[in-house]
Design a protein around this ligand. Structure first.
Ligand code: PGA
Length: 247
């Protein structure tokens, strides 16, 4: 039985004051036994959040360097994230692909850097609006995933979490329908099965304007194992509605 994951991605939001309030509010949250809950703060705060977080909250990173050390100004390595007790890291988020030149090749190296440290890679994939409208969703997602899976040891595929995030749904209020999202998740699971016998255990999360009103229906789909939540994770009151949808 796969658990349901609810991971928050704060992006470039929530400063130390907002974080103090968030952690205080999160203390009132009851995480259901079948849920895995986590949050990825801005990197400068993540070590602090990891030190303060209750047992039932995983703390993640929004990014990781593909390099382990050396002359790479501005980077943070997977080893350093592990040292700061970071549990998971996003990789290949569409905003990193769009604004920071994160290619499939770099994504592959970042996933492997994380795998060496035991941090869970949350590998993001998803098609743009134009790709969606021209019927290229599956081929785009397939090439994003194969670029990584072709270079990950079969036994390590089981350590991944995949987040399917159609770019046209991110931050737009346009959520994919549960039927469409399920189709894509089923497609992704079948693709992973080519690489690993544990595909049926792999958490595949949906992301893109997921909130307290649509989470229950999305999470009820056979191949949707939770969500990667942007806007609706910034305040505990909104985030908790999604956690409650797991119950
Ligand atoms: P959103 O972002 O929930 O604000 O659409 C999701 C994400 O980008 O991970």
């Amino acid at each position: 039985m796969r658990k349901t994951w609810v991971l928050g991605n704060w992006k470039l939001n929530n400063d130390s004051q907002a974080i103090r309030q968030w952690l205080e509010d999160f203390n009132q949250v009851e995480v259901p036994g079948n849920a895995v809950v986590g949050v990825a703060p801005v990197s400068i705060y993540s070590q602090h959040v990891a030190a303060q977080a209750p047992q039932n909250l995983l703390v993640g990173s929004q990014n990781v360097s593909q390099f382990d050390g050396g002359a790479y100004t501005g980077e943070v390595s997977a080893t350093m994230l592990a040292d700061a007790r970071i549990a998971f890291s996003l990789v290949g988020h569409s905003e990193r692909r769009m604004y920071f030149g994160e290619t499939n090749e770099i994504t592959k190296d970042k996933v492997n850097a994380l795998l060496q440290t035991g941090i869970i890679p949350v590998l993001c994939c998803g098609e743009s609006q134009v790709q969606y409208e021209t019927g290229k969703s599956q081929s785009v997602v397939e090439s994003q995933l194969r670029a990584v899976l072709d270079h990950v040891a079969a036994e390590d595929v089981a350590k991944l979490v995949i987040a399917y995030e159609p770019v046209w749904a991110i931050g737009t209020g346009l959520t994919a329908t549960p039927e469409y999202a399920q189709q894509m998740h089923q497609f992704i699971r079948a693709l992973v099965a080519e690489y690993s016998s544990s595909a049926s255990d792999l958490p595949i999360l949906y992301g893109g304007s997921c909130n307290g009103s649509n989470a229950k229906e999305l999470f009820a789909q056979a191949d949707i194992d939770g969500g990667l939540i942007g806007g609706a994770s910034l305040k505990v009151s909104d985030f908790n509605k999604i956690i409650e949808a797991v119950r």
